[in-house]
Unconditional design. Structure first.
Length: 449
């Protein structure tokens, strides 16, 4: 189970940390772990060990994360400058309570926390669409026309476990209605849901040497798992964030989201978010350059870096302990590597911590069922980064849904496992062969994380 559940490996420091039922694993974020507040507010706490110097900056960053940005007024100097084309007015519109987005469930529902990557086929691989760019923006300000309206529909795919229990999966189909800037023939579309933003500073603090250590791009050990480090160009820093690990740092991820999702320039992304064919967008009023200046940008990065991972629940429950054993037996930990040790980092809070994110941050072939056929950097069209599993059991409490995988097609842990193919096929097949009791125990373990 790679892109949502996958298994077994570990290095010496992982084994030293003990099983997930150990005291160490109860605190998945090490000293940063949120032990004070669960339920609907489980993702909003700062790192438990936050320094006095950083606490005020964290809450200032929180206000910016939740701030609705508006169109820049033409008559006054303003640093606002939403759009002109955008996906959301605030970070929290997609990451409600620092949590996870989901696909729209009807044409009338605004696609918040859900975006579409766009491309056309070039001579050497996918390229941004010359008019619509590399991301659909379904909203706009002023007289600028929104690019199009995405509509998602599903086809039921039926199957059965080895014990005869039937299941149904949802296969998504995406249509762009009312395209405003010309034909969209030949357009390739890949959907994304906004992930939860907890623990990102800890993931950034995992040494790059650790990623290289656990990578096995040529499957030299013959176990069928060939995780790759994402590098967008030769010698580039290892990618860690985004569904294909396109961004190497929290700052790069924040700058990309401000630019692509809200049309806001920052010190790291100063160009307008318009293609050369979108003259309405290029001629619209700007909020200045940059629209998010260095100081507020740095506070947003610090906020995103120091959001705490919640403490585990039910870690000593017999079903959960049994589920952990099954998780490893099925090979789920080869990609969802349980534990790592962070290194030195500019933020002392996330430095030198034993953490339990259940990811290797590597790219894995997930098979044709999840493929988007859009290579980027080291990733081919079937590759996805292993997402961390920490906090996943509180998603329902925080965001009132349990839509999983990169495009939210899975309606829970079991469906996510059933979509696994490629390198994860053997883990998926092991799950299918389990009894209902064992399947339930494995799911209980994942929901305890």
């Amino acid at each position: 189970m790679v892109a949502l559940l996958s298994s077994a490996c570990s290095c010496a420091d992982d084994r030293d940390a003990g099983p997930a039922s150990s005291v160490s694993a109860r605190l998945p974020g090490g000293d940063t772990t949120n032990t004070l507040m669960l339920g609907s507010n489980a993702y909003i706490r700062p790192a438990a060990n936050i320094t006095e110097d950083h606490e005020g900056l964290f809450y200032s960053g929180n206000s910016l994360f939740n701030r609705p940005w508006v169109e820049a007024p033409s008559s006054v100097q303003s640093r606002d400058g939403l759009g002109p084309l955008f996906n959301a007015r605030s970070c929290s519109a997609c990451h409600l309570k620092d949590g996870r987005g989901k696909p729209p469930e009807s044409p009338e529902e605004a696609p918040l926390g859900y975006l579409l990557r766009l491309s056309i086929q070039g001579p050497d691989g996918p390229l941004p669409h010359p008019t619509y760019g590399n991301q659909l923006q379904p909203f706009s300000v002023g007289d600028v026309r929104p690019e199009a309206t995405p509509v998602v529909t599903y086809t039921d795919l039926s199957g059965a476990y080895a014990d005869g229990t039937e299941y149904t999966l949802l296969e998504p189909f995406i249509e762009l209605q009312t395209p405003a800037y010309g034909p969209i023939d030949g357009l390739m579309i890949s959907a994304r849901v906004a992930p939860a933003v907890i623990g990102m500073g800890l993931l950034e603090a995992i040494p790059e040497d650790r990623l290289e250590e656990i990578a096995d791009p040529d499957d030299l050990d013959g176990d069928g798992i060939s995780g790759k480090v994402q590098r967008l160009s030769h010698g580039a820093a290892a990618g860690r964030f985004g569904w294909k690990a396109e961004e190497p740092t929290v700052a790069a991820q924040v700058a990309g989201a401000l630019h692509g999702d809200m049309g806001l320039t920052s010190p790291d992304r100063s160009e307008p978010n318009c293609t050369s064919e979108q003259m309405e967008c290029l001629n619209a009023v700007s909020g200045g350059s940059p629209e998010v200046e260095a100081a507020p940008f740095e506070r947003m990065v610090l906020y995103t870096s120091l959001l705490a991972v919640p403490v585990r629940r039910n870690w000593d429950n017999k079903k959960v302990i049994r589920g952990e054993e099954l998780f490893h037996q099925a090979g789920c930990a080869s990609c969802h590597v349980p534990s790592h040790r962070t290194g030195d980092h500019a933020l002392t809070e996330v430095s030198n911590q034993v953490i339990w994110p259940y990811t290797d941050l590597l790219l894995h072939d997930m098979g044709d069922g999840l493929a988007d056929q859009r290579p980027i950097g080291t990733a081919n069209g079937r590759d996805w980064r292993t997402p961390p599993l920490w906090g996943i059991g509180l998603l329902q409490a925080v965001n009132k849904h349990e839509r999983l995988l990169h495009d939210g097609r899975a309606r829970g842990v079991a469906e996510a496992v059933l979509w696994h193919g490629g390198e994860a096929k053997s883990s998926r097949d092991a799950f299918i062969e389990m009894s209902k009791t064992d399947r339930d125990d494995l799911v209980s373990f994942v929901r305890s994380l």
